[in-house]
Design a binder for this molecule. Sequence first.
Ligand code: FAD
Length: 278
Amino acid sequence: MAAFAVQPPHGGRRLSQTDPYNATIVQRWDQNEYTSIFTVRPDSGACPPFEPGQFTTLGLIDPDAPPKKDGRKPMILRAYSIASSPTVRETMEFYIILVDNGKLTPKLWKLREGGRLWLSPKISGEFTLDGVPADRDMVWVSTGTGIAPFVSMYRRYRGQNRWKRAVVINGCRLARDLGYVSEFERYAREDGNCVYLPTVTREPEGSDWKGLRGRVPLALEPQTYEKLVGAPLVPEQCHVFLCGNPQMIDDVEAMLLQRGFKTHKKRDPGNIHLERYW
Ligand code: FAD
């Protein structure tokens, strides 16, 4: 049976034959021409439960594909980290970048508020704080929209002693590409245990940018990190979460393995957690 013909397990309405979708975009905020925050409400009125760091799937019918045996056109389905806190029950937030020659995102970009789409009721992923002790530093490292799971984690657990320190490192090409800047700047101002370190690689010299420059791994060099954070990046004290561009993830993982960190696996826990976006 086609995925979009099933009744959502969390009690959604039965989907009609004519509308293959089960959710509506209730808000869209364009950060710039190619990055947007989508707030999506499932028709059921209740989002499926999830842990911060997990992802679900968004989908749109592929108009160019030949129909399947049942006469319906297939969906283009893609995974997206949930940026909202699970305490928000009626909507889910997604932070998405337009991939110009991609299959789904150019179609998604045509939708504004009121646009319909498929929001999978199935939640997946092990990129969570599950099993991570509360007395450690969380080092949340991302490129681009890979900051999304950390937005969810911070929103959910802020002020609840779920970590010793939250260090948020996000790398982009230009300062205008950095997402959730004012939110994390505020958290860092209000919370002595939150350090926000955005870094840019191609911001023109002489612009207003006063922050870090250079690729993400530079901020993780031992002396640089300790100077910026006020504590060392050591395996006894830190859990490092890496999300986004697979090249950044591979580079940082290799660097950390040499410094005594261990990659986390479900049955063999470690302190490097990975979420590759492609
Ligand atoms: P496709 O036709 O699928 O083309 C894929 C190509 O697009 C990749 O080979 C890569 O070159 C590029 N690409 C994919 N994702 C990105 C990206 N984020 N930044 C830059 N280039 C990219 N994307 C988000 O924007 N936000 C998220 O929160 C997010 N969460 C994800 C969670 C998981 C677990 C995974 C596996 C992927 C996630 N992605 C996320 C990527 C997303 O699933 C799609 O791959 C992306 O939106 C492109 O889809 P598309 O059909 O337009 O492009």
